[in-house]
Structures are given as structure tokens and as C-alpha cells.
Design a protein around this ligand. Structure first.
Ligand SMILES: [Zn+2]
Length: 835
């Protein structure tokens, strides 16, 4: 009986929230005042779950899980009237946008979405999220109750739980009984890699459009199901700065509408009102611009929302720190500021629901009727099914509609490669994007060949056009054409078991091909590659094509293993019945090389750029599926390198680089892959050929003259711009007869991230695989001085050394993991070079 009563009690208190007398504040629930301690992520999740169990005005959704197994949560908060019709409100947004049919109504609630703590070591905002949630559900709070009449609020308490806990666990483990506000104390110095990034060291606030990380995939997936009218992304900046909120700094992408600009000001003024009342410092219109599309402000803006970034001063501040101006900044204050802008934003949105919805509808009506940009149709040539698939998947994740082929087969358009207007015959499986669609703005920003270039400073890269990133030929057409079909017209490749096959051949042109190779190698299948193009079985194969011969693979289930591996990856393979090829070198010739299964070491830890290292780690672990051993740089000198075939040095500031030790290992057959700044460490080291490109004497003289001219102090930002290259596209000449260029055409679009350039190798000692000429610039901002420098030099080189080799990659081909073609280039360095 007692048990039964107990059960009844649990039932009543769990399922009848109306019985709850009062909802506990975060302080009551956690046992301390917000800001007095850092709250671990699981406790934040517990508070959200607790509120979900006692408030009838919320719905908690776990929409994903991080790499380390932490939950990704979104809390939907609505009035008594609206909480039961969240699905209706969501569908209404999609109807207003024209993504679903039926028109939609502007007499519905506005959706305001608050995203906290995307950078793990900017932790104040997740603390504030609990306070904001409490205010929104507190039955005693009349103001927020009124706002909810016409508004649904979405709170994502922490976009990067793994990074947050990395920071919080660090801080809690080193802080004393009382925090030490001295900036030099160790609690203000995070160890490598820091908490900013996620498990794979990706910056999740650079990943919104690319969606390379699982947190982003889950979140943007949910975001696109809702498409809110207002979105705020909460951050912290260096603790000597005060608070930043909208309106944003120039440059704005020209597709950002007048209304979106205006309402940023309206919101900013409302925030300012409360900051003024409290005497808190802040600034607007400075530093944080609106161009690069993968931020938590620009991505929502390009999707019809009012997207904003808010920044509290606070990185590395711990619970308390003394700032430059001698004040002590505490977590309590930081949390209060983020809480204030949260409420102020919700208030102003609630006061403008009708206008927000009208303008939201207008944004999407315009997108469908009058899309921005010169091109109304984009045709992307299908040279390779895998590559087109990869792009289609990415467009699909962003809700961009596409199809295949055109009824009108011959078209005239801007050729992205030649940069000229040309005629083109459209293939049935070419990917076609018509600009007249709900996501017209986003697709324009992602596909336009030349991003609008600002003349003011920007925070990030200024070029990302997807056809270049994916290495696909594309045409921009001024006329609007609808794709002939929404479906792919080729049958899915069905790998054929052919017990008479002499060998199976696979293309080597895409990341999927690399995955296939990795899967075979892991199954101990011997794989070879063709050093030169050849024809067999009526098909043409390019250099680098993978060849799996029956010879040497003496397992009974050989055909099944190869074909099943291909089928699992949807990989097309061709069985050939003879080693006597139609054209080119026979399968048994020396031009068909055995791929030694490489053991790979990746250098990590202090001195290494964690994001650059994370890109390599993620490529192998999460994308290709091939083992890699991570070695701390400080342990490199005592590591037995002989156990490894490949050592990868990502970008970094390595001190005392052990070039001699590495050289001995290379001469014994090792392969060193040096990327970005790691390349510069090999300059002038005995045995390594790489040299900074010599500036001509007259250039040096000019430089001296320039130094004599009197600079204005007020111009210093602008002058710095002349030597700035935040990220621009250059077209390299590529020697695709060299294994580093396999599977690529005789050019390669590189995202140039600095103005480093090296001398061409002379003589027979090294291979100039990727070189740059005078007119190699394609798109993006490059300062005048840097532009003059980036001509006639080496950007991709291979130096044979003894029995091994060195691969020099001056720009990081895996930058943020969205440069799809760079993944093939990098895989060439790992699997193909030096075999
Ligand atoms: Zn941040």
C-alpha cells in the first residue's frame, strides 16, 4: 500500500505540473548564486530538465549528442495558448517562407531563438541561459508572460557542451578557495587546446553553412525546421573589452536587407537603454562584421532572420580578473550583462511581432520572386558522381533546392574556370540550381563566383564560392531555367561480383574514393594505383585510379570483400577481365604502383595550431575512417619515428623544430607532410630545399622608399590592410602527372590564407607541383602589398630525400574542412606521394 501511494504521488507531481506551487530559480536549484561558480554542463541540463518537468509552458527537445556524448538541448517556451500548437507555428514559418505550400499567416507568434555558449571557453552565457529560462517560466513574472502572448522563445543553453566542460573542468581544477584576480595566475591561462572548440577542435561558429561537425549538423537541421525571425548568438571577447551588441560593423554583405539593418539598430538601442540605466560600458558597429556565411549571425541573416552576435568581455577571466583599467570583472557581472541583453532582445521582439512577421514574409517573397545576383540559374557539371553527391548533400542540409539537367540543352553562361561567357551543353546529370526559391539569398552567397569585396576590414575569409571549393566546373546563367528533374537519372552504381575479374578499378577523384581505399587497406586488401591514365574494359581511367588485383589478394572471398566494401560506400567499381589494357601501361607494369599501407603520426599539443591539427584528425577519424596516431610535439624528440611511414606537421609555431632527426627518418623512407607555418620552419635547414621567394632588388628599394613616407596614426588599421589576406581564392597550376596532383585537373583552386610564397625548386631535386603565376588571383580580398607579392612562386612542392620525401603545403587545404577538393589533395600527400 505504501508503495502504491508513493507511486501515485510521483505520478501526480510529474504529470500534473499545475500542482507545482513554484518553480525553483537557478540559485535555489543549484545551491549558489549564478556566477559564484561555473556550472558543469550536466547540471545545466538537469536544470532545464527540471523546468521541463514542472512548467506547463515549455517543451524540451534533445536534438543531438556531442562527440563526447553530452546532450544538445533546445527549450521551447510558449504561452498556455501556444504551447500546444508548436508544430502549427513551426509549419506556419515554413509556409511563410514558401518552403511548405499553403501561404502561412502573419497573424501568428514570432519565434525568437537564443543560442548560448558556442565557444566553450566563453562560458558566462550558459549560466545566463538558466536565468533567462527562469524569467520566462516564472509564474510571478507578468512582463515575460505578456511577451509570450505573441512569441515562442527557443533557448539552446549550450551549443558546445564538450568545449564548455573542457574549460569549466580546467578552471574548477586549478582555482583556489577564492579566485585569484591576477591576470598572470594560472587559472587565467588555459592549457592546449583550450575550451573554445569542440571535440575535434573545430570552431563551431565557423561551421553553420558547411556543417562539417555533428553538433552543427544537428543544430542547423533543427534550425532549418523552424527558421526563426530573430536569432542571437552569445559570446565573450577579451576581458579588457566591455560588451558588444548589434548593430554590427561594416562590411555587411549586400544581400542583407534594409529592414535587417534597421532592426539591428532597434534592438541595439533597447539593449543600450538597460546598459545606460546600469552604467555598464558597451559598444556597437565595431569589429564584428556581417560577411562570412558560417557565423551564428550571418547564417540566420541569409535565412531571413535578424541574426546577431553579442559579446561580453570575459575570455580567460575565470570567476574574477583585474582588467587593464584596474576594475575587477566577475563572472557574476558577466552573467548579469548577458541576462540583460537576453531579456531586452525578447522584449523588443515581442513589441514588434507584426512587423517582424511582415518583413520575414517579404524577405522570402522577394527571394522567390526576385532573387539577388546576376545569375538566375547555376549549372554545375557532373564530372564525377561522388563529387556532385557531396555538393548536393551540402546544399540539401541548407535547404537549398536543386535538380538535374535542363530541357534546354545548350546554354550560355559565365564559366567559373575560364571566367568568360561561353556556350555549354548541359548533361542530364549536371546539378542545376534555380535562383527563384526560398533560400535564394543563401544560395547566392554560397554560389556567386566573386563574393562582394568590402573595402573595410573584415573578421574572416572573403571567398568561399562552392564550385571552387568542390573543384567542380560551373556556369552562371542570366536566364531562369528549372531543372529537368529533381532526381538523379543514373542508376545507383551496383558493384558487380565477377569471379573472373582480373582486377577491379575505381576512380580516384573524390573523398569517397579515398574512403574506399581506406576501407580496403583496413581489411588488408592490397591496392595499387596507376601512375598514368589508361583504358581498360572500354573505360578511361585517370592517373591515380585504384586497381585491386586478384594477384596478391589470396583470400577466398576476394570478390565479395571488394564488392561489398564498394557497395557499403556506394562506390562505383569496374571489373576488368585482363591485365592487358587497351591503352596505356598494363596492370603488371612498373607504372602500376603498390600502395604501402601507411602508419601515420599527427603532431598535436603545445605549439601546434589546434584547429589545423583537428582538421586532419577529423578527416582521418570521422570522414575517411583511417587510423592516425596523435603524438604531442614535446614527445616527438623521444618518439621512435621508425614505427611510422608518415608524419604530419599541421600549422603551428613549433620551437626547436627537430629537422635533423626528421631528416634522418625521411632518408630512411619516411614522408614528412608540412603544412602552412610548418613549411617555413624548414627554410634554411640543411637538406631541405624550401626557400622564401627572394624579393627583387627594385621591390626592396621601393619598400625602403615607402618606409620614408609619413604615416598617419589614424590610418594604421587601413595600412595594415594592404598586407592583409584574410582568405582569398587563387588558381594554381597543378602538375597532375605528379602523385600529389592525382585525380585533379591541371589546376587547383586554393584558399590562400596568408601571403607566404616560396621559390620554385630548380634542377631535379624537387617537384614544383602547385605553382602560381602573375594572373592567378580569382576572388576575395587581398591587400595591395600582398597582391604584389603573391606571384611567380611555389605553393605545393615535393622533395624526394633519400628513400623518403617531404611534401610542402603552403596553405592549409583542410581549412575548416569545407574545401572539399583539398581533402583529395591532402589524401594524395598521404597515400600517393612517394609510393
Ligand atoms: Zn565567441
Amino acid at each position: 500500500m505504501i508503495k502504491k501511494h508513493l507511486l501515485l504521488f510521483v505520478f501526480v507531481s510529474f504529470f500534473c505540473p499545475a500542482f507545482a506551487q513554484k518553480i525553483q530559480s537557478p540559485q535555489e536549484f543549484l545551491g549558489y548564486k549564478l556566477g559564484e561558480h561555473f556550472t558543469p554542463h550536466y547540471r545545466i541540463a538537469e536544470y532545464f530538465r527540471y523546468v521541463a518537468s514542472v512548467s506547463k509552458n515549455v517543451k524540451l527537445q534533445q536534438f543531438g549528442t556531442t562527440n563526447e556524448g553530452r546532450p544538445l538541448l533546445a527549450m521551447f517556451i510558449a504561452s498556455d495558448e501556444n504551447i500546444g500548437r508548436l508544430e502549427e507555428i513551426r509549419h506556419n514559418n515554413l509556409k511563410l517562407a514558401g518552403i511548405e505550400s499553403g501561404g502561412g499567416s502573419t497573424a501568428m507568434p514570432v519565434v525568437t531563438w537564443l543560442s548560448y555558449n558556442v565557444h566553450g571557453n566563453e562560458p558566462a552565457s550558459s549560466e545566463a541561459s538558466m536565468w533567462t529560462l527562469f524569467d520566462m517560466v516564472d509564474p510571478a513574472n507578468a512582463a515575460t508572460k505578456a511577451w509570450l502572448k505573441n512569441m515562442v522563445v527557443v533557448i539552446d543553453p549550450c551549443l558546445n557542451p564538450d568545449g564548455r566542460d573542457r574549460y569549466v573542468n580546467f578552471y574548477n581544477s586549478v582555482v583556489g578557495a577564492a579566485p585569484d584576480p591576477s591576470p598572470t595566475s594560472r587559472e587565467h591561462v588555459e592549457p592546449w587546446p583550450g575550451g573554445r572548440v569542440n571535440h575535434f577542435y573545430f570552431d563551431l561558429n565557423r561551421d553553420w553553412a558547411w556543417q562539417q561537425q555533428k553538433e552543427t549538423q544537428a543544430r542547423v537541421g533543427l534550425y532549418n525546421q523552424w527558421l526563426p525571425q530573430v536569432h542571437v548568438d552569445y559570446h565573450e571577447q577579451g576581458y579588457n573589452a566591455p560588451y558588444y551588441f548589434a548593430p554590427a560593423a561594416e562590411p555587411y554583405h549586400k544581400d542583407i536587407t534594409q529592414w535587417q539593418r534597421q532592426f539591428q539598430i532597434t534592438i541595439g538601442k533597447n539593449n543600450a537603454k538597460y546598459f545606460d540605466q546600469n552604467g555598464w560600458m558597451y559598444f556597437t558597429k565595431y569589429e564584428f562584421d556581417l560577411l562570412y556565411p558560417s557565423y551564428g549571425d550571418t547564417y540566420p541573416l541569409y535565412n531571413g532572420s535578424i541574426g546577431m552576435t553579442y559579446e561580453q568581455g570575459g575570455i580567460s577571466a575565470g570567476l574574477a580578473v583585474v582588467t587593464r583599467s584596474g576594475d575587477t570583472l566577475t563572472l557574476v557581472q558577466r552573467v548579469a550583462h548577458h541576462h540583460s541583453t537576453s531579456l531586452s532582445t525578447l522584449e523588443i521582439a515581442a513589441l514588434n511581432t507584426q512587423k517582424l512577421l511582415d518583413e520575414y514574409k517579404k524577405f522570402f517573397d522577394n527571394s522567390r520572386a526576385n532573387p539577388p545576383g546576376d545569375y538566375k540559374t547555376y549549372v554545375i557539371k557532373n564530372d564525377n558522381n561522388n563529387k556532385i553527391n557531396a555538393l548536393a548533400k551540402m546544399l540539401g542540409r541548407n535547404g537549398i533546392q536543386y535538380g538535374f539537367g535542363l530541357a534546354n540543352k545548350t546554354v550560355t553562361g559565365f564559366n567559373y574556370v575560364t571566367q568568360k561567357t561561353e556556350q555549354y551543353n548541359v548533361g542530364a546529370n549536371d546539378l542545376v540550381v534555380n535562383a527563384y526559391q526560398p533560400k535564394a539569398v543563401l544560395l547566392h552567397v554560397l554560389l556567386e563566383p566573386k563574393t562582394f569585396i568590402p573595402d573595410s576590414n573584415t573578421y574572416d575569409i572573403t571567398a568561399w564560392s562552392l564550385p571552387y571549393a568542390y573543384g567542380l566546373k560551373a556556369y552562371g546563367l542570366k536566364e531562369s531555367f528549372k531543372p529537368a528533374s529533381t532526381e538523379w537519372s543514373v542508376a545507383e552504381p551496383k558493384p558487380l561480383v565477377n569471379t573472373h575479374a582480373y582486377a577491379y578499378v575505381s576512380a580516384w577523384q573524390s573523398v569517397n574514393d579515398v574512403k574506399f581505399l581506406a576501407a580496403l587497406l583496413k581489411k588488408k586488401i592490397k591496392v595499387r594505383y596507376a601512375e598514368k591514365p589508361f583504358e581498360a574494359g572500354g573505360k578511361q581511367f585517370t592517373a591515380g585510379s585504384l586497381i585491386v588485383t586478384r594477384a596478391g589478394n589470396d583470400l577466398a572471398a576476394f570478390d565479395q570483400v571488394v564488392t561489398q566494401t564498394a557497395a557499403a560506400l556506394n562506390q562505383e567499381i569496374t571489373p576488368i577481365s585482363t591485365g592487358f589494357v587497351d591503352k596505356g601501361s598494363d596492370i603488371g607494369s612498373d607504372a602500376v604502383r603498390f600502395i604501402h599501407q601507411p602508419k601515420i603520426a599527427l603532431i598535436a599539443g603545445d605549439g601546434v595550431n589546434s584547429e589545423a591539427m583537428g582538421e586532419v584528425w577529423h578527416l582521418f577519424e570521422a570522414q575517411i575512417g583511417y587510423p592516425v596516431t596523435l603524438i604531442r610535439y614535446q614527445d616527438l624528440s623521444r618518439t621512435k619515428l621508425g614505427e611510422f611511414d608518415v608524419v604530419i606537421c599541421p600549422d603551428g609555431r613549433y620551437e626547436d623544430f627537430p629537422s635533423e632527426k626528421l631528416q634522418n627518418w625521411i632518408r630512411d623512407g619516411g614522408k614528412l607532410i608540412a603544412v602552412d607555418n610548418a613549411v617555413s620552419l624548414l627554410v634554411d635547414k640543411k637538406g631541405f630545399l624550401i626557400k622564401h621567394r627572394e624579393e627583387k632588388k627594385e621591390d626592396k628599394d621601393k619598400e625602403k622608399d615607402k618606409d620614408k613616407t609619413v604615416k598617419l596614426y589614424g590610418d594604421r588599421d587601413r595600412l595594415a590592410l594592404s598586407e592583409s589576406i584574410p582568405g582569398a581564392i587563387y588558381k594554381l597550376n597543378l602538375d597532375n602527372t605528379h602523385p600529389l596532383g592525382f585525380g585533379l585537373p591541371d589546376y587547383y583552386y586554393s584558399l590562400k590564407l596568408n601571403d607566404d610564397i616560396y621559390d620554385l625548386f630548380s634542377g631535379d631535386d624537387g617537384w614544383n607541383v602547385g605553382t602560381i603565376k602573375k594572373d592567378s588571383y580569382v576572388s576575395g580580398f587581398v591587400g595591395a602589398e600582398s597582391k604584389k607579392k603573391i606571384i611567380n612562386g611555389l605553393l605545393l612542392g615535393v622533395q624526394p630525400m633519400g628513400r623518403g620525401s617531404v611534401v610542402y603545403m603552403v596553405d592549409d587545404p583542410l581549412f575548416r574542412s569545407f574545401w572539399e577538393n583539398g581533402k583529395l589533395l591532402f589524401s594524395n600527400a598521404v597515400f600517393m606521394v612517394g609510393q
